[in-house]
Structures are given as C-alpha cells and as structure tokens.
Ligand binder design. Structure first.
Ligand SMILES: [Zn+2]
Length: 451
C-alpha cells in the first residue's frame, strides 16, 4: 500500500515532471519561432547606383547620404588609383554591433561587401571622433580595399594595403580637417624620422599612418603609374614586385624612403648616413652661347644694295624688283634678303617703286580656260548620257521584241492546248459511240438467238 502510494506518488511525480518539460519546450519553441519571425521581419531596404547596392534597415536619410559619399569615394579613388570593378560593391548599414561588425566604430570589408554602423547610431555610440568626416574617410578607406584585393597577386605587406586605404582619404580627398584630427598619429611618424628611427622596421608596424606615408612617398618618388603597376604586378612577392615595377631593390627602396622622409618631416639627413644618397648638386645650367657680335657679311652686302638702291631713279628700282619677281615669283621676291632687312625692302617695294601693280593681279581662277575645260567635260558627259539613252532605247526595243515573241509563243501554246482538248473530246465521243453501237449489236444478236 505504502508501496502503491509511493509508486503512485512516484508516477505522479514523473508525470508532473514530463508535463513541466513539455510546457518548457512549448514556451521555448514559441520564443524561438517568434524570435526568428521577428528577425525575418527586419527586411533590408536597398538603394542602388551604377557601382553600389546599399542595404539599410532604418534611417533612410543616412542611406541617401551614404550613397552620395560612396559615389564620391569611387571618384576620388579612380583619380588616384584607376581601376575597374568587376561587380557592384554591396554595402550594409547595421543598426548595432553584431558578429560581422564587432564595435560601434568598426568598419569592415569582406571581398566586395562593406559593413558599417549606420551613421546616426554610429555617431551616437562610436565615440567623439566619429562624425561625418570620419565616415567619409572610412568609406574611402574601405572602398580602396575592394579593387586592391581583387587586383593583387602576391601577399602584400599590411602597410601597403592599409597605407593606400589611408593615403587616399587623408592626402588626396577633399575632406575638411582630416589631417588636423590625425595630428597625433602623424606626429608619431614624424618623431621617429626626426630621431633616427625612420627605418622601415620602425615605420611599417604602424600599418595605417606609417603605411600612408610610405604610399605617399611611392606616389611622389615613383609616380602614380608605378604604384598601380606595383599593385597589378604578376610578381610572387612584394620585394620582387618592387624590383620589377619600380626598378629598385628593397635596400634602395628604404634608402630613398629615408631621404624622402627627411625632406617631408624636416629631419637631418646625417641621422641616416645618407651622404652617398645626397642628391647630386644640380649641374650648373650651361650658359647660353651668346650671339657672336661678328657682323654677317651677307647682311652688310644687302644693306649696301639697299643703300645704293634708294639713291636710284624709280625705273631702276622697278627693274630691280621685276627681275627678282621673275626669278622668285610675286610672293617670294624677297627670298635671300636677310630677315632684318626685309621690312625696308618691302617698304621700298610698296612706296617707291610700285605706284601701280608690276603685273596684273593674277585672276584667282582662269575662268575662260576653266569654262572651256568644263564645256569639254560637259560634252563628254553629254555623249555618255546620249549613249546611255540610246542603249536604254535599244534595250527597250529588245524588250519589246522579247515581249512580242513571248506573246506569240503564248498564243501558239493556247492554240495547241485548244486543239488537244478538241482531240480529247473527239476521242471521248468516238469511244461512247462505239460502246453504244457495240451494246446495240449484242442486244440485237441476243434477241435473235432467243427467238
Ligand atoms: Zn583597412
């Protein structure tokens, strides 16, 4: 009994426990289902442009502003680092940190997809430095990664990829105050260079600002095309790419960097034992060879001719010019006369000697000759046209003959067809008549035989 009670109690206990679990499972499932549906209910909205698909949940005005900034970023990057995008860049504006975007102020690039916290929320929670300019800079930064990683074939040093992504927004984009806000970071690099720690091993660990200055150095020392070639190089390592595309060894790359950095930050070259790399003094420009003062004998001769000419009577001067014109032509009679003296000869030509034209002004076109030639051409054309007309008439008459012939042939064919059908009818009539006569004969003979 007691056992029974205990068993019953025990059974009841188990039942209650099972029911409890069931309720728990039901509640759990309910919560789970509601959770999933509520997540699904958060549908992404999207804005699309030529190069971007921008996905956002709320804050439509954020999305519109963001798309404008993306388009600006694309233009800026294209002007510094020309590239083609294989696909549209997909952008997500999250409302809070999550497994993709771990912080309020973190931005992420994965392949051709960029993730940000939507600006309204990011500016509220991300920290005092997160403002519109911070977003503009971050958008360009993340954008740069997309073409860079799609084009690069070797494993680049971190400072190259992050440096390019920082160099463009900070030094090549038109974002207000961006350098001022980064003063502290810039000073770190500047101080290293100024205190003799400007070597790559001390600069490159700061992959963002160290990288930005190294990329600035590459753009200024080797040029934009060289940097783009460096990114696209088919070399298998960075140092090989430096060798192939910039034509320098890693050592030369560093030495040139040190010299550039000393110049950029106003540091002392002597810190780096760069004497052998000091820019060679610009060679003194060769002094322009002075015009020799010696007097040109030709000039003297022509001056004498002129001096003599102006003392002569007009007829003499006229003859002088006529001779030259007949020798060189009306426009080139002053050929051979030194340039310095040409004006005075021309003055003489116009004022003194030439009271009327030396030769009649040549007609721009010899109209009569031209019209004769034209008449000739027209005559030829007339003949050609006439022949064409005759040919066409001839063709017409031949066509007429052909048409007549074909009409006659058709008539003959019709006649023959009529004759054939008449013959056919005759044969038919003969056949029927024969059959009738034959039947009559048979009937006649049968009747006769019976009787
Ligand atoms: Zn980056």
């Amino acid at each position: 009994m007691e056992n029974d009670v205990l068993n019953k109690h025990s059974n009841g206990y188990r039942l209650t426990k099972a029911m409890g679990f069931l309720v728990l499972i039901c509640i759990g499932s309910y919560i789970l289902v509601m959770g999933i549906t509520s997540v699904k209910a958060q549908e992404w909205n999207s804005l699309e442009s030529e190069n971007f698909i921008l996905n956002y949940l709320e804050y439509e005005s954020d999305a519109e502003w963001f798309l404008e900034q993306l388009i600006y970023a694309s233009q800026v990057v294209q002007s510094v680092y020309p590239h083609t995008l294989n696909t549209k860049i997909i952008v997500y504006l999250h409302l809070s940190p999550n497994e993709i975007v771990p912080d309020w102020f973190t931005t992420v690039c994965i392949g051709n997809t960029l993730h940000f916290i939507t600006p309204t929320v990011g500016k509220e929670h991300g920290g005092p430095w997160v403002d519109d300019m911070w977003y503009q800079s971050a958008i360009i930064h993340e954008y740069v990664h997309v073409p860079f990683w799609s084009e690069i074939n070797y494993n680049p040093p971190g400072w190259f990829s992050q440096g390019l992504a920082e160099y463009i927004p900070n030094f090549r984009a038109n974002i207000v105050d961006t350098l001022e806000k980064s003063q502290w970071s810039i000073e770190q690099i500047s101080n290293k260079v100024k205190t003799g720690d400007g070597y790559l091993q001390y600069i490159t660990p700061d992959i963002y600002w160290g990288g930005a200055y190294l990329v600035k150095y590459m753009y200024e020392e080797y040029g934009q095309n060289a940097v783009v070639r460096l990114i696209r190089s088919d070399a298998t390592s960075f140092s090989q790419a430096l060798n192939n595309e910039l034509n320098v060894t890693a050592r030369e790359f560093e030495d040139k960097w040190l010299r550039w950095a000393c110049n950029e930050f106003g540091a002392d070259y002597e810190l780096y034992n760069l004497t052998q790399l000091e820019p060679e003094p610009e060679p003194e420009p060769e002094p322009e060879p002075e015009e020799p003062e010696s007097i040109d004998p030709i000039l003297i001769t022509w001056q004498e001719i002129y001096d003599d000419l102006i003392t002569q009577p007009d007829d003499f001067i006229r003859t002088f010019f006529e001779d030259r014109i007949s020798a060189y032509g009306i426009d080139n009679w002053s050929t051979n006369i030194p340039d310095q003296l040409k004006p005075q000869f021309w003055d003489l030509y116009r004022d003194t000697a030439i009271t009327e034209p030396l030769e009649p002004e040549p007609e721009p076109y010899p109209i009569e000759e031209l019209s004769e030639e034209l008449i000739l051409v027209f005559n030829i054309l007339d003949n050609v046209v006439a022949e064409l007309i005759v040919g066409a008439d001839d063709m017409d008459s031949k066509m007429d003959v052909l048409e007549t012939n074909s009409n006659e042939t058709n008539e003959r064919i019709t006649q023959l067809e009529n004759e054939i059908s008449r013959l056919e009818n005759t044969i038919l009539y003969v056949f029927i008549a024969t059959a009738v006569i034959l039947t009559a004969c048979i009937a006649f003979f049968m009747k006769k035989a019976r009787s």
